[in-house]
Write a protein that binds this ligand. Structure first.
Ligand SMILES: Nc1nc2c(ncn2[C@@H]2O[C@H](COP(=O)(O)OP(=O)(O)OP(=O)(O)O)[C@@H](O)[C@H]2O)c(=O)[nH]1
Ligand SMILES: [Mg+2]
Length: 399
């Protein structure tokens, strides 16, 4: 089975790092050296977040600053967990992880209920098409596992997720610190007979989409080897045989035949597949340049000067409609202006900042680039927006 990427998201201090730490501990996925650094006399008193927040500054401040990536095998399936910072200031680091994930665990502190970053993170999950989640209502030990507060949050989260078109697999009362319902259902919440967190992950129905058959090749550079020009690039989708049908350069509309293929080590090969980096020799390479997209009869990719995007602003500076920005899509680049059309999520507590806000917008480019809808081909559906070399926003191609 393929690897699954899972994000642990939620408001600051609601217990994300503690949950992942407890999960690693209870499934015996802690290295010997880490274990030696813990005081294991009383398991329930271990500072589990220390296992994830491994930088000195994080441990001192008791908050996650960098996203942490941890691999765990669950029921013979390799799961990569991303423990992300809950603080709004680090939203860019959270997004770097979210853009890679297939599934999310959302953590809510039962005493605080749904907070700003809970809703913010759910909106970002929805933007990046993460449509399946497990909700955990944490710190149940602090209210003696009372059902009343749990049920109130359950009602609210169901409503929010319905509006965002997010499907909740399970809503689980837990204590990450005490290990209640993390790996086993210890019956401490007597009224709860559902799955534990690990059981919910085992039962999740996410199957990664089998990759599409359309061949899409992103040109990274042109090299000359022994007097022969080769196009270096990456297969973003599908596969292609040497000498098979013509490929189209979607940018300049020329057609070519692939007459030779070499792999990364320079060996001649007959076929290239999704994810491969390769050198291809074309029957005519004169007009091919970095950023071009070569493809077969695919209709998932189109070239355009106007892209409709769902945008998450990550820059410290405010968005400026009159400004010229730059966009990168795979190896393509263009300068552009952005027209915001509709607000999707605005953090009212951070009036002077756009950082973290979500918009619908149109990007008008000064030259055509090739894009695809995000859910068809994420590499050509993700638009990085820059100002003077610094990333200020990420856009998802919505149409
Ligand atoms: N009583 C109780 N405290 C908990 C529980 N889970 C976490 N905590 C405490 O809550 C505080 C925050 O926990 P973290 O795991 O660091 O929270 P976080 O969501 O990772 O925080 P950020 O990464 O800064 O957003 C710590 O003091 C934990 O010990 C729980 O189940 N019960
Ligand atoms: Mg944390």
């Amino acid at each position: 089975m393929s690897e699954l990427n899972i994000a642990i998201v939620g408001h600051i201090d609601h217990g994300k790092s503690t949950l992942l730490g407890r999960l690693l501990f209870d499934t015996d996925n802690i290295s010997k050296s880490k274990k030696e650094g813990l005081n294991i006399d009383v398991v329930d008193n271990i500072n589990f977040a220390y296992l994830l927040d491994s930088f000195e500054q994080e441990q001192k401040q008791g908050k996650t600053i960098n996203s942490m990536r941890v691999a765990v095998d669950i029921n013979n399936r390799s799961c990569i967990f991303f423990d992300v910072p809950g603080h709004a200031e680090y939203i860019d680091r959270m997004i770097t992880s979210i853009s890679k994930v297939d599934y999310a665990l959302i953590v809510i502190d039962v005493l605080q209920g749904i907070q700003e970053q809970t809703i913010h993170h759910l909106n970002i999950l929805s933007l990046f098409e993460v449509r399946n989640i497990t909700v955990v209502i944490n710190k149940m030990d602090r209210i003696n596992c009372s059902k009343e507060q749990f049920s109130e949050i359950e009602k609210q989260i169901n409503k929010i997720c319905k509006e965002l078109r997010i499907n909740i697999d399970n809503i689980i009362p837990i204590s990450a610190q005490k290990g209640i319902n993390v790996v086993k259902n210890q019956n401490l919440c007597k009224w709860y007979t559902g799955l534990s967190v690990i059981e919910s992950l085992i039962s999740m129905k996410i199957e990664k989409e089998t990759s599409r058959s359309d061949f899409v090749f992103s040109v990274q550079d042109i090299y000359e080897i022994s007097g022969v020009k080769y196009i270096a690039g990456k297969v973003l989708s599908g596969s292609m045989d040497k000498g098979s049908d013509e490929v189209l350069n979607i940018i300049n509309k020329e057609k070519y035949k692939i007459i030779n293929i070499k792999n990364n080590s320079g060996d001649c090969i007959n076929e290239i597949n999704r994810g491969d980096l390769a050198l291809v020799q074309l029957n005519d390479e004169a007009n091919v340049k970095r950023g071009d997209i070569l493809m077969d009869g695919s209709d998932i990719v189109y070239s355009t000067k106007k892209i409709s995007l769902d945008i998450v602003w990550t820059g410290d500076e405010k968005y400026d409609e009159s400004k010229q920005y730059y966009v990168n899509v795979a190896t393509q680049a263009a300068s552009c202006q952005i027209v915001l059309q509709k607000e999707l999520y605005i953090n009212k507590n951070r009036k002077n900042k756009d950082k973290g806000n979500l918009f619908k917008g149109i990007v008008a480019l000064d030259n055509k680039i090739a894009v695809s809808k995000y859910d068809e081909l994420d590499e050509l559906g993700t638009v990085t927006i820059l100002n003077k070399g610094t990333i200020v926003a990420i856009g998802i191609v919505s149409k």
